[in-house]
Design a protein around this ligand. Structure first.
Ligand code: ATP
Length: 451
């Protein structure tokens, strides 16, 4: 088990996420769906901001990576070629008494499954846990009206295969030269046996994956390059540097075809500790070679200057949008005492560019022209970024409500605003208030929100 020097904030975070509309349990009124979550009004903005940062860094800011949005349902042979039909399995044990299933390596199991001395971690019965069986993690469904083996299709367990099968389509349509990459963001589904820890491990999730196609021989150099790039990207989200580290896959962890693999890990605190949020893999030519064999179609690159054809190697970066959203939330969550106040505050110290709401607009009181001026400011800023207008209750309360959802700036319209045309900007983290001309607000805020 990993140990962490950071406290476990998960329970508090789950409750904040529900109360303030970040994340709800799926189908909650029916008792919930196992490890599936819905993003509420604030959560959808936060996750979208995170995905936009990835897309910008990986696609928009580079001329050597192209974007793609491949379908979730693919030809079933894809999953034979990729190795998922035979190899995407976890050993699983089942209790014959309570029917609960566990991963065979579940630390809560005492004794050896399949023997009389084993004890079920759920119902506590002895000798009821059977020997381990392999369980495929892919969700199956049927395509078309007939439910037979010929019409079985899978919900993709990763987005990468959509990239491999489109390698030549993208390369030829964009006339990219190797080295170049293809990136996509999309849903993936895994029938995990032991999901949990909120949105850390779920059965439906989003991945942001990029496959970089390189000339064999240059792969280790590109692997090192992408390792460094990806760590830097996580740091750029505001994740504390001491909470991030690399984990190198050991021989046992490494897939048989993989030439090298590192995970970027984040320290989630408490007993969860350091866990993978992204994988950077040197996959050699495994994937393209498999798809060539199974489809019978060539997936080679023609290197014109050298007049030769070859199957490129692939360096993959694969990061979970939900798991990284959780890392961002855990990292941002703070409970603080405030000088001169009895009540402390809960604050999400989110990077301004990630925060779902960028500014709260508050008239100090509901009279003397303040609401009218605050409304004018709100309407002026609304086309630029998400804002929240709030005139109800004490001003301190209103600030606290915005702190709790990570809003970086509070704009207050007071008596001086009416006479002098100025407003105050309150900074979420320093709690400092600064007076600026109302007509300068757009420029001042836009500069600070760029972070
Ligand atoms: P783990 O060992 O945690 O199951 P993995 O090694 O199977 O992860 P990959 O297949 O490399 O994960 O997937 C890449 C990324 O996708 C992971 O780093 C993680 O961020 C995300 N991911 C994978 N499985 C899940 C899941 N069940 N729920 C949420 N995110 C996931």
């Amino acid at each position: 088990m990993t140990t962490s020097t950071f406290p476990d904030v998960m329970d508090k975070l789950v409750s904040l996420c529900k109360r303030r509309g970040f994340i709800f349990q799926s189908s909650e009124i029916y008792g919930g769906t196992g490890s599936v979550w819905d993003y509420g009004p604030l959560g959808v903005e936060l996750k979208k901001n995170l995905k936009d940062r990835w897309w910008n860094a990986m696609v928009r800011m580079r001329d050597d990576i192209e974007g793609l949005d491949a379908a979730i349902l693919m030809h079933p042979r894809v999953w034979e070629a990729s190795g998922h039909v035979s190899g995407f399995v976890d050993p699983l044990v089942e209790c014959s008494n309570c029917k609960k299933r566990f991963r065979a390596d579940d630390a809560r199991i005492k004794g050896t499954p399949g023997t009389p001395d084993v004890q079920c971690p759920s119902c506590g019965m002895k000798g009821t846990l059977g020997a381990a069986r392999l369980f495929n993690l892919m969700f199956k469904t049927f395509m078309g009206p007939v439910e037979d083996t010929a019409s079985v299709v899978y919900l993709r367990p990763e987005t990468a295969q959509g990239i491999y099968v489109n390698f030549l389509n993208v390369q030829q349509s964009t006339r990219q030269k190797i080295p170049f990459g293809i990136a996509q963001i999309g849903k993936a589904f895994r029938n995990e046996i032991t999901p949990g820890n909120f949105i850390f491990r779920t059965r439906e999730f989003e991945q942001m994956e990029m496959q970089f196609f390189v000339e064999p021989g240059s792969d280790m150099e590109w692997f090192e390059y992408w390792k460094a790039q990806r760590l830097e990207w996580h740091q750029s989200l505001g994740l504390e540097h001491s909470r991030l580290k690399f984990h190198q896959h050991t021989k046992e962890e490494l897939a048989h075809y993989a030439r090298a693999a590192f995970d970027v890990q984040f320290d989630f605190g408490g007993t969860l500790g350091f866990q993978e949020i992204e994988g950077v893999h040197n996959r050699g030519d495994f994937d393209l070679t498999q798809h060539q064999q199974f489809s019978g179609k060539k997936l080679e690159y023609f290197d014109q200057p050298n007049n030769r054809r070859y199957t490129p190697y692939v360096v993959e970066t694969s990061v979970g949008a939900d798991r990284t959203t959780l890392a961002v939330l855990v990292n941002a969550f703070h409970e603080e005492t405030v000088e001169g106040e009895d009540e402390g505050r809960t604050v999400l110290k989110l990077l301004p560019s990630l925060a779902p709401v960028k500014a709260g607009i508050f008239p100090l009181v509901k009279k003397d022209g303040m609401p009218e001026m605050a409304h004018r400011i709100a309407e002026d800023l609304r086309p630029l970024f998400p804002i929240f207008y709030d005139e109800s209750g004490a001003i301190g309360r209103r600030y606290r409500r915005q702190d709790e959802i990570g809003t970086p700036f509070g704009i207050t319209v007071d008596g001086e605003s009416i006479t002098g045309g100025t407003v105050t900007i309150r900074d979420r983290d320093t709690l400092q208030q600064e007076r600026v001309q109302a007509d300068q607000l757009r420029a001042v805020l836009q500069a600070r929100l760029a972070r």
